[in-house]
Design a protein around this ligand. Structure first.
Ligand code: SF4
Ligand code: SF4
Length: 433
């Protein structure tokens, strides 16, 4: 027997104890120092260590890996597909960190022919899959009458076809769209709020200037009143992280956090394709979680507003078991696609609209760029050289393909996640009692 290739062992933050997790075998334990020593030296209750998969016969482990890999591929074929539809790249906001700001705006405009071609395409190519559509921009909910009519048409068509619609919006015109949304089959609306009034208005003003906070808050209230789910996203960096306790308090005071229709996410502001004007304010993934760990200790009410994942720590805490092994973290071309109003098809929102990233077209003609698609489809922890021998692989899943390409110049390469360090923090946070 030897230690499993997938053991992740380290010391828990602010504790004398250690943790061990093993995603392939679905085991996790907190180890007191003596037990940790025993495991390290392969002494003590070796039978129990073997039962939990911390000590293994390598040939047996390889068999289990194969079995779970095939299961993962099979399950993914049955997963729901998220189909993004970019209705325009223009936006009425001038956010200080917008990664799309450097994109050249196409000359085409959304029209009914493109929308019809989109529905025909997904009807043909995703007929057998469970799916939902997410409207994306730019800003999809612009208030020009012709555009609004087209948005209404998309929502009506989806509803007729029984396909749920979600949207990612800056939420400024939600008040003008609520009547259309009320009639649709709406899964959720993702709204970005970067803090309380002053901070948010500073980071996310209207183009040409002007506050946006109050209208967004009103839009969120309206959605919840109309029983439409809200996914509130705060894009965080060092500039606004200090405002998180105040935003959390605002959401609690408004009664949002008490609603089962309200959830939150923290989006790390990171360099995507365009250079950020102010690089120093960006967080690495680990730095962000380190600050969140401290903030949660100082302001526990943040936990009512948002519970950070700290890799699989939150899952482990809430479910009492490990998630299934993740052989591929990237959903692009597998359970995610992105279409835009110019008629192009992309793998996901990280590549949509980016020159050289199109994987085909659905309008005016339907065509697939097979080689490029296969390149995306084959990417997982077995195709990425660095991931094959990585003990973190079944939690990390190889990271984001688009980021990997940005950093390493090729898709089939690694985008490493600081899994061990995140678990040190997260197990420290969630299991401190
Ligand atoms: S490339 Fe990155 S952003 Fe796109 S689906 Fe994959 S993980 Fe997500
Ligand atoms: S991307 Fe990096 S951390 Fe993730 S599995 Fe591959 S080598 Fe390991």
């Amino acid at each position: 027997m030897i230690p499993s290739k997938y053991n992740i062992v380290s010391k828990i933050k602010d504790s004398e104890n250690y943790f061990i997790v093993n995603s392939l075998h679905g085991s996790a334990d907190i180890l007191e120092p003596e037990l940790f020593e025993q495991l390290q030296n392969q002494q003590g209750n070796l039978v129990e260590f073997a039962e939990k998969g911390y000590l293994v016969d390598p040939a047996e482990e390889q068999k289990l890996f194969r079995k779970k890999y095939l299961q993962f591929l099979e399950d993914r074929e049955k997963d729901e597909v998220q189909i993004f539809f970019v209705t325009n790249y223009s936006c009425n906001f001038d956010c200080s960190y917008c990664y799309q700001a450097g994109y050249e705006l196409p000359k085409q405009q959304l029209n009914r022919k493109v929308i019809d071609a989109f529905f025909t395409h997904i009807g043909q190519h995703f007929a057998a899959r469970r799916k939902y559509i997410t409207l994306f921009g730019g800003e999809p909910f612009l208030n020009a009458p012709a555009h609004k009519e087209l948005m209404q048409y998309i929502i009506e068509q989806s509803t007729l076809l029984g396909i749920e619609v979600a949207a990612v919006t800056n939420a400024y015109h939600l008040v003008d769209y609520i009547d259309i949304l009320k009639e649709g089959k709406i899964r959720e609306i993702q709204v970005t709020l970067d803090g309380t009034g002053e901070m948010h208005n500073h980071r996310r003003p209207l183009k040409g200037g002007g506050a946006t906070f109050d209208r967004i808050v009103k839009g969120i209230d309206l959605l919840l009143e109309n029983k439409i789910s809200v996914n509130l996203r705060m894009v965080v960096d060092r500039e606004n992280i200090g405002n998180l306790p105040d935003l959390a308090q605002l959401a609690i005071d408004k009664g949002w956090t008490a609603s089962p229709l309200f959830k939150t996410q923290l989006g790390r502001n990171y360099e995507l394709h365009e250079c950020q004007a102010n690089q120093q304010r960006l967080y690495t993934r680990l730095d962000l979680y380190q600050d969140l760990y401290l903030l949660l200790q100082q302001y526990p009410h943040i936990g009512e507003f948002h519970k950070p994942s700290f890799s699989v720590s939150k899952f482990l805490f809430e479910n009492g078991e490990m998630p299934e092994p993740l052989f591929d973290a990237c959903t692009g071309t597998k359970t995610e696609w992105a279409f835009d109003f110019t008629g192009n098809v992309y793998a996901c929102t990280a590549t949509v609209g980016k020159e050289g990233e199109s994987l085909g077209t659905f309008y005016p003609i339907d065509q697939r760029f097979n080689e490029a698609i296969e390149n995306w489809e084959e990417r997982d922890i077995l195709s990425i050289p660095k991931c094959r021998d990585c003990n973190l692989a079944l939690i990390c899943g190889g990271g984001c393909a688009s980021m990997a390409k940005n950093y390493n110049g090729e898709l089939n390469s690694h985008d490493c996640r600081p899994i061990t360090e995140l678990l040190e923090l997260g197990i420290g946070h969630y299991f401190k009692d």
